[in-house]
Each structure stands twice: as structure tokens, then as C-alpha cells.
Design a protein around this ligand. Structure first.
Ligand code: KIV
Ligand code: ZN
Length: 504
């Protein structure tokens, strides 16, 4: 007998739980960019945010609901009427919408945090699921801290919220406490109790490094939805990583008899986008998307690989979209080739954005002979995430060497005026930043400065990410250029523009 392959739904919470990673906050434009990429990646549900949390969160969820098609758009709400109403207002225009409401169920949370009885928690959960159902059909309920909740009570809550109309029950391992075998048993018990009356979802945190293993065990025992984030970002040690769960199921579908609808070729692009926007780097040895994930160092392995790839490679790099050696365009490529390649890469730019990106491409092509997909993506994502330019770079020259103190001469547009400054510093970047700070009267502190090369070679596009802080506001700026000092200047100016926008 042939058993039909199950398709497990992917519920991406990069924009909600992922954004709860320290320092990972994203602005509305960045969230829209991520949501569009998640659709290309093929996720089923995008948890776009927690609308009651702030005006910014509401606006982001609302704009995603209005502008992004191709996935269910979910808004998170505590089991409170005001939260659910706000979530509904944020998602109501989406083609497919969901309200995800939650209430703690563990005794630890009920006694110490909420100071209410189990009966009261159950009553509130049921009432709020009913209320959410009066607004929208697709309602998900999460008994928070489920893995530290007594199983009989957990089953009682699950039964009751399904009765009240929840179509999905999500079982969160809120504090990353469970283990694969234990979690598998919990999921199996729930499956036996509810059968197909609702979809069982799982939401695992990675405090013990077990989020992916726990989620896989849940799938093996009947879960039909996995909640996860790109690069595994999220509260504390993060969430189950989307790329790991998707590739584990794709690679071992023979074992799990389950797969997802993820277009794995979009994985690397999604991962890089999140790194760029959040400034949170991926560790080199991270599974699937780490820089070393496909680097074979051992002679014995290299020998095997040269003879037959499958000897030491269980995943083809191309299957996650790694094609960095693909040469795309060069100096002589015209608008048509440029726009066609952008379309192939999944970017749908307005004519103005495409023209502005094309001019940047031409400028880059003058400096760099070979332009790769990654270079194009860097140019285009700068274009898409455009923010008002209160400050812009006009010109920069830097003198540095062994014997002289580095000196930067910078020309900028500052609030409509062209101004110039010369400064010296401990290094060329320091001199440049001092000149910029003086021209813009910046009062911010530099929290982080990171440099990376987008492709290989000495003429590679270098990307700089900086984090600035001013009066409790933290922003990240990006800059890319073949000249790393220019990239650093652009990143600083980009961050100052973001700070200025946030101050407004
Ligand atoms: O970790 C958790 O319990 C959550 C819930 C809101 C689902 O993020
Ligand atoms: Zn969580």
C-alpha cells in the first residue's frame, strides 16, 4: 500500500517572534520586504506581528495584509478583547487572514504571573476564541507554556477551544524545556484525543538547542503545522529554524513521510535578507545557511566528492539557491538584460526603482568586472528599502598609510545644503565617521560595525552594517560599495537617516 505524503504547513514567525530577538527590530518597509520574500519562499502563513504592541506593529501588519498576497496573514493577540479587536483591524483586508490568540496554561504561569485558577484560564481562553471566531473563521489558539502544563488539563483546554471554534491548536514549548521523545508523546496524546478536529501546530524555542529536533518529533507524531523563523532568530536562544526543518523534511521525507511546500531554492536569499535587515549574523557552522555548510575541508572528503558528490553531500548547494559562481551581467549589459534578470530573481520593481537600480548597476559595473546575483540583490534591496535622504554622500577621499594619521575629506548634502569637512582619526573609517558626525551634528553612539564581502575577489562588493543608538532608539544602517570606506560612510549615513526618520 502506498501511503500519501503529508504536507506540513509552515507558519513563519520571523516578523513576530523573530523580531523579539534582542536588537532585531525592523521598520515597516523592511517588514514588507521580508513578507514578500516569505511568499517567494512558499510559506503558508506569515505571522506579521503583534498589532496591539505598538502603532508601528499595527501599521506593519496592516500594510502586509493589504499589500502581500500568496500566504495567510496572521496577527497575534493575547486572549483579551482589545488585543483581538486590534489584530482583526490589522489583518481584515488580507485575502486570507488569521487571528492567533494565546493564554498561558501552566501552573507556574497561572500562579505566579496571572494569579488565576486553571478554571479561569480555561474560561478566558474559550471566550476569546469564540470572540475571535465572531470576526474571522481562521482562528489559532496557543496554550502558552504547554510543555510545562499538566497533560490532562492541557487536553481539557484543547478540547474546549476546538469546541469554541479554533481550527488550529498550537503547542508552544515557550521556554525551550522539552525533549524530542517527551514532546513526541505529548503530540501523540493530543492527536489521539482530537483526531482531525483541528490542525496541531508546534512552536519550539531553542534554549537547549532542541527546537528543530522537537519540531521534527512532533511532525513524526502527527503535527500538521510547524512555527519557525528564518535563521532560527527569536526570543532568547531563538525559534525552530525554518531552513533546517524544511531541509530535514525534504531530505528525509522517506523517514517522515512528510514534506512542506517550501521552495528551498529561496532559502539562501531569505537568510541573507534577514541577516542584512536585522544585523544578526549567521554562525559559519550553522546547518544549511552557514558559510561552511557546504565547505569540505578534509582531504578524504574532497577525494570522495570529486569521485561522486553523494559520498559526502546530502544536500546539493543549488537546492537552497546557492549559485554564487553564476556570472550574471557585466559592463555592457543593457537595461533589458538587467530588468529580465531582476524578474528572474523575483523582484518586481516600479519603473523608477528599476531605473535607479540600473544606474547603480552601471556605476558598479565600472568598478567591478563581473556582477553576480548577490551583487544585484544588494543593489535592489537598497532600492526597495529606500528611506528619505536627509543626509547623503556627495564625495569622499581618504588618505591613509603607515606613517601619517588617516585623513578624510568628505562632501555631503545635509538638509538640502552641500557641506564639506576634513577630519583625522585613528583609522580611515574613524576619520570618515568623525567628519560625518561633525557635518550632521550626530549625537548617536556606534554600537556595532561589521564588514563583509558579498562575493569573492579583491573587487568584491563590500557590505558594511552599523548599529547606532541615540536616546533608547537603535537603528541599523547598510552600505555597499567596492570601496569599503565608501561602504562604511554610506552605512553610517543610512543609519543617521533612519534615526532622523524615527525622531520625526
Ligand atoms: O513562545 C511562545 O509561547 C509564543 C506564543 C505567543 C505562541 O511565542
Ligand atoms: Zn515563541
Amino acid at each position: 500500500m502506498v501511503v500519501k505524503m503529508r504536507i506540513v504547513k509552515i507558519f513563519d514567525t520571523t516578523l513576530r517572534d523573530g523580531e523579539q530577538s534582542p536588537g532585531a527590530s525592523m521598520n515597516v518597509e523592511e517588514k514588507l520586504q521580508v513578507a514578500k520574500q516569505l511568499v517567494r519562499l512558499g510559506v503558508d502563513i506569515i505571522e506579521a506581528g503583534f498589532p496591539i504592541a505598538s502603532e508601528g506593529d499595527f501599521e506593519a501588519v496592516n500594510r502586509i495584509a493589504n499589500e502581500v498576497n500568496g500566504a495567510v496573514i496572521a496577527g497575534l493577540a493575547r486572549a483579551k478583547e482589545a488585543d483581538i479587536k486590534r489584530a482583526w483591524e490589522a489583518v481584515k483586508n488580507a485575502q486570507h487572514k488569521r487571528i492567533h490568540t494565546f493564554h498561558s496554561t501552566s501552573d507556574i504561569h497561572l500562579q505566579y504571573q496571572f494569579r488565576i485558577s486553571r478554571e479561569e484560564a480555561l474560561k478566558r481562553s474559550v471566550e476569546m476564541v469564540r470572540y475571535a471566531r465572531s470576526l474571522v473563521k481562521d482562528v489559532e489558539f496557543s496554550p502558552m507554556d504547554a510543555t510545562r502544563t499538566e497533560l490532562s488539563y492541557l487536553l481539557e483546554v484543547i478540547d474546549a477551544v476546538i469546541e469554541a471554534g479554533a481550527l488550529t491548536v498550537n503547542i508552544p514549548d515557550t521556554v525551550g524545556y522539552t525533549t524530542p521523545e517527551e514532546f513526541g508523546k505529548i503530540i501523540r496524546a493530543i492527536k489521539e484525543r482530537i483526531n482531525d478536529r483541528a490542525v496541531i501546530s508546534v512552536h519550539c524555542h531553542n534554549d537547549l538547542g532542541l527546537a528543530v529536533a522537537n519540531s521534527l518529533s512532533a511532525v513524526f507524531n502527527g503535527a500538521g503545522q510547524v512555527e519557525c523563523t528564518i535563521n532560527g532568530i527569536g526570543e532568547r536562544a531563538g525559534n525552530c529554524s525554518l531552513e533546517e526543518i524544511a531541509m530535514a523534511l525534504r531530505t528525509r521525507k522517506d523517514f517522515f513521510n512528510a514534506d512542506t511546500d517550501i521552495n528551498t531554492r529561496e532559502i539562501i536569499r531569505s537568510s541573507r535578507l534577514i541577516t542584512k535587515i536585522t544585523g544578526i549574523p549567521v554562525q559559519p557552522n550553522k546547518a544549511i545557511v552557514g558559510a561552511n555548510a557546504f565547505a569540505h575541508e578534509s582531504g578524504i572528503h574532497q577525494d570522495g566528492l570529486l569521485k561522486e558528490k553523494t559520498t559526502y553531500e546530502i544536500i546539493r548547494p543549488e537546492s537552497i539557491g546557492l549559485q554564487s559562481t553564476r556570472l550574471v551581467l557585466g559592463k555592457h549589459s543593457g537595461r533589458h538584460a538587467f530588468k529580465t534578470r531582476l524578474k528572474e530573481l523575483g523582484y518586481d520593481l516600479s519603473p523608477e526603482e528599476a531605473e535607479s537600480a540600473f544606474m547603480k548597476f552601471k556605476h558598479l559595473a565600472d568598478q567591478k568586472k563581473e556582477i553576480y546575483d548577490e551583487d544585484l540583490e544588494t543593489l535592489v534591496s537598497e532600492e526597495v528599502a529606500k528611506i528619505p535622504e536627509i543626509y547623503s554622500l556627495v564625495d569622499l577621499s581618504v588618505l591613509s598609510g603607515l606613517k601619517k594619521k588617516p585623513k578624510a575629506i568628505i562632501k555631503m548634502r545635509v538638509k538640502g545644503k552641500t557641506v564639506q569637512k576634513t577630519a583625522t582619526g585613528d583609522g580611515p573609517v574613524d576619520a570618515t565617521y568623525k567628519a560625518i558626525a561633525s557635518l550632521t551634528k550626530a549625537k548617536s553612539n556606534l554600537l556595532k560595525f561589521e564588514v563583509k564581502s558579498i562575493t569573492g575577489g579583491t573587487d568584491a562588493l563590500g557590505e558594511v552594517i552599523v548599529s547606532l543608538e541615540e536616546k533608547d532608539k537603535t537603528v541599523r544602517g547598510h552600505g555597499a560599495d567596492t570601496d569599503i570606506i565608501v561602504a562604511a560612510a554610506k552605512a553610517y549615513i543610512n543609519a543617521l537617516n533612519k534615526l532622523a526618520v524615527r525622531k520625526k
